[in-house]
Design a protein around this ligand. Structure first.
Ligand code: AMP
Ligand code: MG
Length: 338
């Protein structure tokens, strides 16, 4: 290891690290120009998100790390319990329930929220699963899917434009040519996505989430980032609002990146009445008594809202064109790698 100068602490090591060694010996892999370039792009991303959201009237809140309950709809991952003064609390898998609480006080809220999910070890091979990651979570009181998708379009454009400009050197070092997305991203419904995937040879359950292998292919197939909208109710968590006209669908969407990078965001409009949420909890096999404070909060009244969460390491991965997401966290935790 050679340092360019003692005052600037510029690492010049060019050693390549595979995932296992890079994670286990992070104190070495973080010294490489490549790691530094990726984390600088991430810094620029965080700065752009903050600047943009502050400019359009959002209030930043500090996200919870633990709580009595968290988002149960996390597709096969386990939740970690932590003892808390005689009670069993959990680490946040997403701050959705708490984000809804902020709507009682602020019209537009965002947070950089830490999440821990014990994903199955096999997901370390997808290149896009960490066991600890951050989301940029945002929520708009009285918002609609259309409104927050438009915000997502602008946020993604601004992030890409800024990173191309401010991190040209880093992108060159990473060998990344980052295309500009259209100002308004295309939208397809979940039903159309299933049709396209069926044409590509997949046999899929039209009432379920799209499995990641299939979504990966869709992501390779389409040329720009795009939204998938109108998810079947059976495919989504209890906090998504059923379409009043078509209750078999929820007002919910995902943002999918091209080039095989796949999903970076899920969001939608929220159920916000005790009756609606309790019904959906029972449908999804959740015990409403576990969520007593949440249901009490809804009883007291919160505004309807819409929002989404973007995985920040996943977005960094796309911006940098990096094959595996471990490189996009300064302190990576990869499922199954200890
Ligand atoms: P979800 O609540 O599962 O839809 O997650 C919201 C967003 O968080 C996803 O769209 C991803 O960008 C990100 N995300 C979810 N799970 C992971 C994970 N295991 N590793 C990294 N990012 C994740
Ligand atoms: Mg999702």
């Amino acid at each position: 290891m050679v340092w360019e100068s003692s005052s600037q602490r510029q690492p010049t090591s060019t050693v390549d690290f595979d995932m296992e060694r890079g994670v286990q010996f992070r104190y070495q892999s973080i010294r490489t120009p490549r790691a530094r370039a990726i984390l600088q792009v991430q810094h620029e991303l965080l700065r752009t998100c903050r600047q943009f959201l502050d400019r359009v009237g959002f209030t930043e809140v500090l996200a919870p790390i633990i709580g009595p309950v968290t988002d149960p709809g996390i597709r096969g991952a386990d939740i970690i319990e932590v003892p808390f003064y005689g009670k069993a609390y959990v680490l946040m898998t997403s701050m959705i329930l708490y984000k809804q609480m902020t709507m009682a006080s602020f019209p537009r809220v965002y947070a950089f929220s830490p999440n821990v999910r014990l994903e199955p070890s096999i997901s370390s091979t997808t290149g896009r699963h960490l066991a600890e990651f951050y989301q940029l979570d945002l929520e708009v009181a009285h918002g609609t899917c259309d409104e927050v998708m438009a915000l997502g379009d602008t946020l993604l454009s601004e992030a890409i434009i800024t990173v191309r400009h401010a991190c040209a050197e880093q992108l060159e070092l990473l060998g990344r040519t980052l295309p500009l997305p259209p100002r308004q991203l295309p939208r397809i419904t979940h039903a159309i996505a299933i049709e396209l995937l069926t044409e590509l040879g997949f046999e899929l359950d039209p009432t379920a989430e799209i499995p990641w292998e299939a979504e990966h292919h869709l992501s390779l197939h389409l040329e720009t980032p795009f939204w998938i909208t109108d998810y079947p109710t059976t495919a989504r968590g209890f906090y998504y609002l059923r379409d009043p006209g078509y209750p078999e669908y929820v007002r919910s969407m995902d943002l999918i990146l091209p080039e095989g990078f796949g999903e970076i965001s899920s969001g939608g409009e929220r159920e916000y009445t005790v009756e609606g949420v309790t019904q959906r909890m029972l449908q999804t096999g959740e015990d409403p008594t576990k969520y007593a404070w949440y249901l009490d909060m809804l009883q007291e009244g919160i505004p309807p809202s819409a929002g989404f969460g973007i995985g920040l390491e996943r977005l960094t991965r796309y911006l940098c064109g990096v094959p595996h997401i471990w490189e996009c966290s300064p302190f990576p935790k990869v499922p199954g790698v200890t």
